[in-house]
Ligand binder design. Structure first.
Ligand SMILES: [Fe+2]
Ligand SMILES: [Fe+2]
Length: 264
């Protein structure tokens, strides 16, 4: 089914959480390793703003539907960051958006550029660039959705579970946009299929790698995806990616787990 961008932009709202009683964490705090994972997720959600700034210089910005989507998408991700920051705040962990943004922007353009952009900016224009960007985004959103759903299951706390499921539902809509765009655009261009496959297999890494410390990436991967149940979820993500035109047989997420030595 085609993604209805008008409906999406009309209905886009921040994830609601003020109805959730975060004071439960005062008597029943989350364990240290969960806070570490939430801190990572919060940081990455907030980082979307920096990422978007880079993308505004790419051909994707000139595509009306993609541009409209990214504006709302960016806001939704920011609100995910805010909700997670509120949970962390009850635990005495402060994640300050302005501070984080200032630090990241100070790193300069070059360091923050996504490998996708470094690898393809040179030769790719128009539909072909956007196709690669959309395939990359789809892989990331599938991962985000799986991560939130998995954490909701792993973490027994019902308040946290409800918040994470609400966030995951919005990630599902992000998946729908990126995947439908990627499908259509890859289908129409052999060049885009070839470069998307190359970029994903060569450069893709778990969301947040390249931004966060490597030890944090490994912690989150271990926390959420170690063991047979985690591995099964990771294979599901890979099978979605492999279903995109020209991506048959790719196992980039599982490969990244293995590269980090995370046991099935
Ligand atoms: Fe998000
Ligand atoms: Fe998302």
């Amino acid at each position: 089914m085609a993604f209805d961008i008008d409906q999406y932009t009309n209905n886009s709202v921040g994830v609601t959480w003020t109805d959730l009683d975060f004071s439960v964490f005062e008597t029943d705090p989350l364990p240290e390793s969960s806070l570490r994972t939430l801190r990572y997720m919060c940081d990455i959600e907030y980082h979307t703003v920096c990422y978007l700034r880079d993308l505004l210089t790419t051909p994707s910005h000139n595509e009306p539907e993609v541009g409209a989507f990214m504006t709302m998408w960016n806001r939704e991700e920011f609100w995910h960051g805010e909700a997670l920051a509120a949970v962390l705040a009850v635990h005495g962990v402060t994640v300050d958006f302005d501070e984080l943004k200032a630090t990241r922007l100070k790193l300069g353009w070059k360091d923050r550029l996504d490998p996708i952009k470094q690898s393809v900016m040179g030769g790719l224009v128009g539909n072909d660039f956007v196709a690669v960007h959309m395939a990359w985004g789809a892989a990331n959103e599938w991962s985000a959705n799986a991560a939130y759903q998995r954490m909701a299951v792993l973490e027994g706390n019902p308040v946290l579970g409800e918040l994470l499921r609400r966030i995951a539902r919005q990630e599902t809509r992000h998946v729908a946009f990126y995947a439908s765009q990627a499908r259509d655009r890859l289908k129409s261009s052999a060049k885009a299929r070839k470069i998307a496959r190359f970029a994903l297999s060569r450069f893709w890494g778990p969301v947040g790698s390249g931004v966060m410390d490597d030890s944090e990436v490994t912690h989150v991967m271990n926390h959420l995806f170690a063991g047979s149940e985690g591995r099964k979820l990771v294979r599901d993500i890979d099978s979605h990616i492999a279903n995109l035109p020209g991506m048959t047989g790719l196992t980039i997420v599982e490969d990244s787990l293995e590269a980090r030595g995370i046991a099935a």
